[in-house]
Design a protein around this ligand. Structure first.
Ligand SMILES: Nc1nc2c(c(=O)[nH]1)N[C@H]1C(S)=C(S)[C@@H](COP(=O)(O)OP(=O)(O)OC[C@H]3O[C@@H](n4cnc5c(=O)[nH]c(N)nc54)[C@H](O)[C@@H]3O)O[C@H]1N2
Ligand SMILES: Nc1nc2c(c(=O)[nH]1)N[C@H]1C(S)=C(S)[C@@H](COP(=O)(O)OP(=O)(O)OC[C@H]3O[C@@H](n4cnc5c(=O)[nH]c(N)nc54)[C@H](O)[C@@H]3O)O[C@H]1N2
Ligand SMILES: [Mo]
Length: 566
């Protein structure tokens, strides 16, 4: 079933927030600052712990707010999640806590996986992770005997050179314990941007069309060529390459921008991203953006990136347009226009269609105008939804009319008669049997040394949103959190002589920032934590563009730095 193709690949939650919060006997939150970054779900989880006694294990180097509710907090070294997980699975196997019938009936490759895990006995793991052996046993027991147990993660797991391996190892854990395909269990990555799930579902990825249909597949190319009226054969019936849709896998953002300096990218069209704030190694980004021949930026506010744009296109904000967002649990939700867009600004889909039509004029000889979805002639977003229904199997039955009537739909929803799918993999995995993967620990790309002896971890705070283009415009928010703060452990504060002084300078191999220190044991000794909400002290001046080889996500969470008094 093509619609199910997006299991681990697309990174949607296998379960729903509701069933996880109401039915899990235990939660394993690993690398998610849930109460600050997903406050609604965070509240549901806190209630589950307080009101019905669900157990909670948090694995996070920082003492984030949710650890106050935790049965157990594992404060491991950043970048050692695989060692930690393998260590927990070693203990689960040693104690015979694995779900033998699930493993037999629903999975394969168990023996190879087990052999890899056997290299992670508790004492070795304790050394790598800095977690005492007793705590490893305690955690393994909580996670294994409380069934079902839901795994929940976010960027603390994925933003590493081993991001994909981390996720695979979490899938191993859930298969080992038989926690897949049932309410209260599952693998639950919390997606970040309000519609990042929808963007991925619609093929805003370099390798797939909507619903994760590969751009390299001849049948898929044929299907979309037919829908869009792209002639794949010339008059003589010969297949002509330049007439077909491309079967080449494109570049990720983290490849495009450096690609400018290699001459691979000549022009950029950026919609709703602020790479000067959000991409790693800002100096390098500035250099790339200064060298690109032509840059179009579609934004709702002037951003740090706007300085580099040749053309600015004013987009309308979420409150000024109608359409759908798809959230982290694959639920498609209507967003209705509440106010008129100011000035000349227009909804992003409208700008994009007008641009596309102008480009289409130049290739009109290659387009069959009577094809069902040729020509970008949308009058509203419900026209776009009709096209989505036709070419995107998992969204086949998700229409504006059904959503308007109050139906709550989670994909896959193959047709108008079906109700949607709250839980994936109930009977089998997308590929049939779930495959255990042997995964080994790999040290981070950058490690502390004599010159840069500390680690900088980065992320967000409750009050701000990424580059802060939106939240720094809100007076109330600025009153509560009006400048970048760098979390510094009290031991380190004393060592660098912060006593009475307020500001620190944090320097990496790529840059330096100065900001006020927040002396707190939220961070362990040897680690500082910085955000990227303020241009005058953005963590990304310091980060590096080491990427996960598969997902190409930057390793934002581990940068070697030195910390000094200003
Ligand atoms: N208020 C607010 N909410 C947001 C956002 C925002 O900007 N502001 N952004 C949204 C977006 S796009 C996203 S992607 C999400 C991000 O949501 P999160 O991923 O929850 O946010 P981060 O701040 O990146 O924090 C990740 C957590 O991982 C921990 N961590 C760091 N290194 C490691 C490690 O090596 N191993 C483990 N296990 N943990 C580690 C950090 O201490 C932190 O608690 O938030 C979304 N929600
Ligand atoms: N150091 C470090 N860096 C990180 C991360 C980290 O944890 N650490 N996290 C990374 C992650 S997970 C993410 S998601 C990125 C986020 O990085 P970005 O996506 O670059 O940041 P945002 O601020 O969410 O959005 C960019 C712009 O979109 C504009 N915008 C808002 N709504 C609309 C709209 O409707 N239409 C248009 N056209 N524009 C709009 C906003 O004004 C904003 O300037 O940052 C990444 N960078
Ligand atoms: Mo994100």
């Amino acid at each position: 079933m093509a619609g199910l193709a997006a299991s681990f690949g697309s990174g949607a939650m296998s379960n729903s927030m509701d069933d996880v919060a109401k039915q899990a006997q235990a939660f394993f939150i690993i690398g998610s600052n849930t109460t600050e970054q997903h406050p609604v779900f965070g509240t549901m989880l806190r209630q589950a712990v307080r009101q019905r006694g669900a157990k909670l294990v948090v694995a996070d180097p920082r003492k984030i707010d949710i650890t106050e509710f935790a049965t157990l907090h594992l404060r491991h070294r950043p970048g050692t999640d695989i060692a930690l997980l393998n260590g927990l699975m070693y203990i689960i196997l040693e104690k015979g806590w694995e779900d033998k019938s699930f493993i037999d009936e629903r999975t394969e490759n168990f023996d190879e996986f087990k052999a890899a895990v056997m290299n992670y006995p508790p004492d070795v793991v304790s050394n790598t992770t800095n977690i005492p052996v007793e705590k490893l046993y305690e955690a393994a027991e909580i996670l294994a005997v409380n069934n079902p147990m839901a795994v929940i993660w976010a960027m603390g797991i994925t933003q590493h050179i081993v991001g994909v391996r981390n996720v695979m190892d979490l899938a191993n854990l859930q298969m080992l314990l038989g926690n897949m395909g049932k309410p209260g269990g599952g693998v639950n990555p919390l997606r970040g941007q309000n519609n990042v799930q929808g963007a991925c579902d619609m093929g805003a990825l370099p390798n797939v069309y909507p619903a994760y249909q590969p751009v390299t597949s001849p049948e898929v190319i044929e299907k979309f060529a037919k829908a869009w009226g792209v002639k794949t054969k010339d008059e003589g019936g010969r297949v002509k390459d330049e007439l077909t849709l491309s079967d080449k896998v494109g570049l990720t953002v983290t490849e495009m921008i450096p690609g400018i300096l290699d001459g691979r990218i000549k022009a950029l069209y950026i919609i709703g991203e602020d790479p000067v704030m959000s991409d790693p190694d800002t100096n390098h980004i500035r250099k790339c953006l200064s060298s690109v021949d032509f840059l179009v930026l579609q934004e709702i506010f002037p951003s740090e990136t706007a300085v580099y744009a040749d053309v600015l296109l004013p987009g309308a904000s979420f409150a000024e347009k109608t359409g759908t967002f798809t959230n982290t649990e694959r639920r498609v939700q209507m967003v209705r226009q509440a106010i008129e867009p100011p000035g000349d600004s227009k909804p992003d889909w409208w700008i994009l269609s007008e641009l596309a039509k102008k480009l289409m004029d130049r290739i009109s000889d290659r387009v069959q105008k009577d094809a069902p979805h040729a020509g970008w002639e949308y009058k509203s977003t419900s026209d776009i939804m009709s096209e989505i229904n036709a070419v995107t199997p998992s969204y086949g039955g998700i229409t504006h009319a059904r959503l308007d009537a109050g139906e709550r739909l989670q994909w896959p929803c193959l047709n108008a008669e079906r109700p949607g799918t709250p839980i994936l993999h109930t009977k089998q995995f997308t590929r049939g049997k779930g495959k255990f993967m042997p995964i080994d620990h790999v040290p981070p790309a950058e490690r502390p040394d004599d010159e840069y002896p500390m680690i900088m971890n980065t992320g967000r705070v409750l009050y701000h949103w990424h580059g802060g283009t939106m939240t720094r415009r809100s007076e109330g928010i600025m009153q509560v959190y009006g400048e970048a703060l760098i979390e510094v452990n009290p031991d380190d504060a004393e060592r660098i002589g912060l006593n009475g002084k307020t500001h620190v300078r944090v320097t990496s191999r790529r840059g330096s920032i100065e900001a006020r220190a927040w002396v707190t044991d939220r961070v362990p000794p040897g680690m500082v934590y910085a955000n990227f909400h303020f241009p005058e002290a953005s963590a990304n001046e310091l980060t590096h563009a080491s990427l996960d080889p598969v997902s190409k996500i930057p390793s934002y969470k581990i940068t070697a730095v030195k910390v000094e008094l200003v």
